[in-house]
Write a protein that binds this ligand. Structure first.
Ligand SMILES: Cc1ncc(COP(=O)(O)O)c(C=O)c1O
Length: 376
């Protein structure tokens, strides 16, 4: 259903670009696949099921003829759009293919034997795993009873060998956010020689959004901090690979040796158009909020424990080992997230469309009842 809506939405775009004849065949093919309903509902990888800005699609299609050139002006335009959007100077911005490369570059630039990164468990491990692979140490602090950051415990874990504190906000896999004022006070307080890494991959989707929670405005205070943001989540462009890191130039200079190139020309053009299309982003954020509320109400009604979700996923207690839960749900054609140690009897479920989540809830009740975790 949603797919068909998307088809007509994009078809309007395609007509506008004069490319309708060439691409109709592609959509027709997809329509056939969709009605065959072959695959499971994919709510495992925190992908955006609602789609992306039609203006971004138009811009990319109009740029197809230009990909014989390197993306110099497009990178400048993207950087300028990000700088205006984030209210930071353009020389604070490093465009990357998704935000993952910012995490990886930071790990490579700062890791060394004897040095440590402070993080939380369970948390997102792209930066910390790479840090450890370079001989560094990972100091993991448990989350508090609400599965949220215990900022005092994180501060207490910082020692003379700490080079990075990694804050993922909202935290993946729990989806919780710290109080924004407490977080800001925390980052201003910790030792100046320690780099704060604020991974804000899902932050647009938190109630109050980037405006309420982001640490990016603090970059203008000259803090020792990197903020990363991606267009893979709220903007719905995970497959395009576009994101960015933000930090003062001295920090970006430290990362530069590990830079493997920016987003490609189409990603830059699409990313720029998506950033300017504030209306579509607001629509996507509203879609997430609506479906997230629908699912959490149902879970609460069933007496299922879950962490306060602020991103594109919900972390819930099933009482079943996550690997087993994945298998049981897959048998019902629902693909849910992998285990997150040490909370292996909890499941991370990404938020899909309303129809997809209704299908999830039916399967969830069936599986949980059959496993004796819910009264039928
Ligand atoms: C917390 C977090 N940070 C960063 C990323 C990297 O994603 P991308 O490279 O698509 O921006 C992900 C991906 O799922 C994530 O969950």
């Amino acid at each position: 259903m949603l797919f068909l809506q998307n088809v007509s939405k994009y078809a309007r775009v395609l007509t506008a670009t004069g490319a309708i004849l060439a691409t109709n065949a592609v959509f027709a093919q997809h329509e056939v696949d969709d009605s065959a309903d072959a695959g499971p509902v994919k709510i495992s990888g925190n992908e955006n099921a609602f789609g992306y800005s039609p203006a971004a699609m138009t811009a990319m299609m109009q740029s197809l003829g230009g990909i014989n050139r390197y993306a110099r002006t497009q990178a400048e335009d993207f950087t300028a759009a990000v700088a205006a959007h984030e209210k930071v100077p353009a020389n604070f911005i490093l465009p990357t293919p998704g935000s993952g490369p910012v995490l990886s570059m930071t790990a490579l630039a700062y890791a060394a034997p004897g040095k440590n990164v402070v993080t939380v468990t369970p948390g997102y491990t792209q930066l910390t795993n790479l840090f450890a692979s370079q001989g560094g140490t990972v100091k993991s602090v448990p989350l508090n009873e609400n599965l949220a950051y215990d900022l005092k415990a994180i501060e207490a874990a910082i020692d003379k060998d700490t080079v990075i504190v990694y804050i993922c906000n909202p935290n993946n896999p729990t989806g919780t956010v710290p109080d924004p004022e407490e977080l800001k006070a925390f980052v201003r307080r910790i030792p100046k020689n320690v780099l704060i890494f604020a991974d804000e991959a899902y932050l647009e989707l938190a109630p109050g959004g980037v405006e309420k929670h982001s640490l990016a405005p603090l970059l203008n205070e000259g803090l020792n901090m990197i903020v990363s943001r991606t267009m893979s989540k709220a903007y719905g462009m995970a497959g395009l690979r576009v994101g960015y890191g933000m930090a003062k130039p001295e920090i970006l200079t430290k990362l530069r040796p590990y830079y493997q190139g920016g987003p490609n020309l189409l990603a830059l053009v699409g990313g720029t158009a998506a950033i300017l299309d504030k209306e579509f982003l607001a629509e996507n954020i509203a879609n997430y909020a609506k479906v997230r509320e629908m699912v959490t109400k149902e879970l609460a009604g069933l007496g299922i424990k879950f962490a306060e979700p602020n991103g594109s996923f919900i972390f819930m207690e099933t009482g079943i080992e996550a690997v087993e839960f994945q298998k049981l749900m897959l048998a019902e054609k629902i693909e849910v997230g992998r285990p997150f140690a040490p909370m292996t009897k909890w499941a991370r479920v990404s938020i899909g469309t309303e129809d997809e989540m209704k299908r999830f809830l039916v399967a969830f009740k069936k599986v949980m009842t059959a496993q004796g975790k819910l009264k039928g």
